[in-house]
Design a protein around this ligand. Sequence first.
Ligand SMILES: Cc1cc2nc3c(=O)[nH]c(=O)nc-3n(C[C@H](O)[C@H](O)[C@H](O)COP(=O)(O)OP(=O)(O)OC[C@H]3O[C@@H](n4cnc5c(N)ncnc54)[C@H](O)[C@@H]3O)c2cc1C
Length: 513
Amino acid sequence: MTPSGANATITAGSAGIPERADLLVIGLGVTGAGVALDAASRGLDVVAVDAFDAAWGTSRWSSKLVHGGLRYLAKGQVAIAHESAVERGILMEVTAPHLVHALPMVLPLTADISRGQAWLARRGVGAGDLLRLVAGTRRETLPRPRRIGATETRTLAPVTRHDVRGGILSWDGQLEDDARLVLGLARTAASLGARVHTRTRVVGATGTGALLRDELTGEERRIEARGVVNATGVWADQLVEGITLRPSRGTHLVVRKEALPGVGCAIMAPVPGSPNRFVFALPQPDATFYVGLTDEPVSGTVPDVPEPPEEDIAFLLSVIGTALEQPLTRADVVGAYAGLRPLLHSNGSTADLSRRHAVLVSPTGVVTVVGGKLTTYRRMAEDAVDKVLAVSGTTAGPCRTRHLPLLGAGTRDELTRVDAPARLVRRFGTEAPLVVANALAHGLSRREALAAVSPTIPATLAELLFGVTHEGAADVADLLDRRTRIGLIPTDRAVAAPLARRALEVVGAATAG
Ligand SMILES: Cc1cc2nc3c(=O)[nH]c(=O)nc-3n(C[C@H](O)[C@H](O)[C@H](O)COP(=O)(O)OP(=O)(O)OC[C@H]3O[C@@H](n4cnc5c(N)ncnc54)[C@H](O)[C@@H]3O)c2cc1C
């Protein structure tokens, strides 16, 4: 069965949520959206809700890497590394080839990196390649890592230090945009019958139902369900007892591509004193780089949106600067963001905490799925739904998501043949023509629909409009901070806000008319 996206929509507010369902999923980050898709594709009647918006939480603050778990391998955590590598392959080759591409990554061998360290790094990426092979991911999907000379290093990354003696080139998966993966999961779930609602907060839950509050109207309603999954990430301990989280903050900087001219790969710089940790400058599709990331334990109340502190910004600038001939300065930083990893409590530093996920059952039967990472969302969802079925005694088919492409997915060949602007194909895959047709159906000219917001902001009115009509965007922030990522640079946000308002007005007018 190939899901169809034309009528797969996300709804803002709780209107239309039924009194009963097989499964209630709380939270529409990558984990909750993955659970909703897993359950809907097994034939369950699913309601999935988020208090704010899809991709509101940690899932939009990631490094946007779909990684093969090299770091876990270095720590001897072979099972986690293997799971990551398998899930990376599934994402890149089956579920979301339109949203995940191979990213070349270069570790420049500067004077700071000894020959022994370089040898270890070379061995590490070799082991990562073996993991790719064992995971069954094709060589065409992720090329072979290799040692490169100084000239090739400086061709791929001309900004690296002039005294570089060579580099190590490896490959990993990179997401076009983490929030778009969440939206793709949520809409694919909707295409299979799941009811997906934002602005719907769960105020209390047991294993057989929950009290919901519509955050647009304040209205409350109950829903009964045969199973309830708590996929609320760093907020998971607020809905059920017996979970202790130890969040860790990861900060990224946003710099424009002019700050790192000519760079066509990710640049890695080792964190002094931590052999397995690196700061990355990651090229992004929208003419920016993200530089990340930190790993700092945090305590106290979990904020709705974490703030990146100045000390994180200084740390990232100083570490990435060790690889560059001309270090970045504070003035190059046009934006910054921070996210909180939902790590389960254990002893030790957060950088060493196991990133493996956990599925826990509360005394009333709420199944909480927490931890893990974006790359392994599918496996987390499978484990959570298996547990709900076991706890509630519900029968359903086996997990199907390993072979289920998301809306918009297609082979590389199919994607190159899609008749639509390249940016839309990158973000919507085979659904890109639907995004254009949707804009024309709302009375926009092709020119107006596809014009870039500005010379430095390539987003278009067509995609903003699709955000409103199909992806549940209810306001300017939904459009600029999650349907697109324009809001990561505050000055760009101000430029784009009128076009976001226009998208909302066009749909308002179309609905009224
Ligand atoms: C800085 C950083 C970088 C990372 N980089 C990567 C990476 O490159 N690759 C990778 O694989 N992983 C990465 N990770 C890990 C990954 O991002 C997270 O593990 C993952 O996004 C967690 O998703 P989640 O759905 O569990 O939580 P969230 O995305 O936080 O979703 C939880 C949702 O629950 C909602 N919610 C909360 N309370 C309620 C309620 N009462 N009612 C209704 N809804 C509620 C919230 O609004 C939110 O949308 C990174 C993490 C961080 C912090």
